[in-house]
Design a protein around this ligand. Structure first.
Ligand code: MRU
Length: 364
């Protein structure tokens, strides 16, 4: 996608600069667009843990390059296994991270150590290209759904979409999952408007989704996380569309904390609730998302403190809770399949069921 007219992906290599890996520092957005140069697997792990880089598909892609950086230092079997384990342990919920590392290991284990660095860069590059292509395909399939809603709207009234967290191009290699159909709908002239949940505690909606949509010229309004139900009751939401960090083979959906409450409100108001995902987000080994998907617990300080820009332009962090109050910070929740209208994948849409997913992916 483009920033000020220049096309970017969310991760890229600089071959003239020692084949280093480049990302945007997402902890600095929306106030500053800083590029980070990563040269070691430890720097990659740090970037993932601190969420300088985030979003399920993107952390998988960046971790794959992290393994290439690791092999530059030591291409032995022991190094390969140890560094893969180190990178896989950075975040627990998004299955894409483990999927990407497993794919790299499958490719690199039979490769002779002397050829491993080149092979690792090539395979990581393929993972990136495939992610971008899958998300573009998701965009086309989701666009068809938005077109159907457009047919039901009175001339001049907007198609109101609601999204949670950030499932845009900076959460993936390119295009995004939930936002890809929205970009395409806007680009073909449909009158889309997006309600952007702020997504406490880290505010990925307010900071990242709003920045992405604004950069692309998509009309949007940031709302507090608890406003969605009210808007749905008053006919101001036509469709909810979110991304996901892991989908079980039965269609349960893990996504940013608060997604479940949006699905409940959508169900109560008969509003379609769609989930967009590349197939790399499906965990075929898990049947019960609530019981089996590990939910990341992040630092309490993300709840007790917020960052923002002061009137003089300084970005600062302030405490919002009383001294001594404890805080809990589960970062994801699971929306049961029964609340999901359908899944949008690179191969098309399907019901959030095992039959639906296996119908699209019969080879699994
Ligand atoms: O903790 P984050 O910011 O990595 O969580 C990201 C999300 O929950 C996204 O909705 C999900 O990864 C889908 S990304 C296309």
């Amino acid at each position: 996608m483009k920033i000020n007219g220049t096309p970017y992906r969310s991760v890229w290599l600089n071959e003239k600069d020692g084949w280093s890996v480049h990302i945007f520092d997402q902890t600095r957005l929306p106030f500053s667009l800083d590029i980070l140069r990563l040269t070691t697997p430890q720097a990659v792990a740090h970037a993932i843990c601190t969420m300088q880089v985030r979003g399920a598909p993107l952390i998988g892609a960046v971790a794959a390059y992290g393994l290439a950086l690791a092999l530059r230092e030591d291409a032995s079997d022991t190094s390969l296994e140890n560094q893969a384990s180190m990178l896989a342990a950075t975040r627990p919920t998004a299955i894409n991270l483990r999927w990407a590392i497993e794919r790299m290991l499958t490719h690199l284990r039979p490769t002779a150590p002397a050829q491993r660095v080149a092979a690792a860069y090539e395979e990581a590059g393929r993972i990136c290209d495939e992610d971008a292509a899958q998300n573009e395909a998701i965009g086309h399939h989701g666009l068809a759904l938005i077109r159907e809603i457009a047919k039901t709207k009175k001339a001049g009234s907007p198609i109101n979409l609601l999204t949670h967290c950030n499932a845009g191009w900076i959460a993936t290699v390119d295009w995004g999952t939930a936002l890809a159909p929205i970009y395409m709908a806007h680009d073909e002239g449909l009158n889309v408007h997006v309600w952007v949940d702020e997504t406490r505690p880290r505010n990925q909606g307010a900071a990242l989704t709003a920045w992405e949509l604004g950069s692309h010229g998509v009309p949007h309004t940031v709302i507090v996380d608890n406003a969605g139900g009210h808007l749905m009751q008053h006919g101001q939401v036509d469709m909810v569309i979110v991304g996901t960090d892991r989908v079980t083979r039965t269609g349960d959906v893990a996504n940013k904390i608060g997604t479940y409450l949006k699905a409940l409100a959508a169900h109560d108001n008969a509003i379609p609730f769609w989930v967009a995902l590349p197939s790399t987000t499906i965990d075929w080994t898990v049947a019960d998302g609530v019981q089996e998907i590990p939910i990341e617990e992040r630092a309490a300080s993300e709840v007790t403190h917020v960052s923002g820009k002061t009137a003089d332009g300084t970005v600062t962090r302030v405490q919002i809770t009383p001294d001594g109050s404890t805080a809990a910070n589960p970062a994801f929740d699971v929306t049961p399949a029964r609340l999901v209208t359908g899944l949008i994948t690179e191969r098309g849409t399907c019901p959030a069921t095992e039959q639906g997913l296996r119908g699209l992916f019969p080879e699994t």
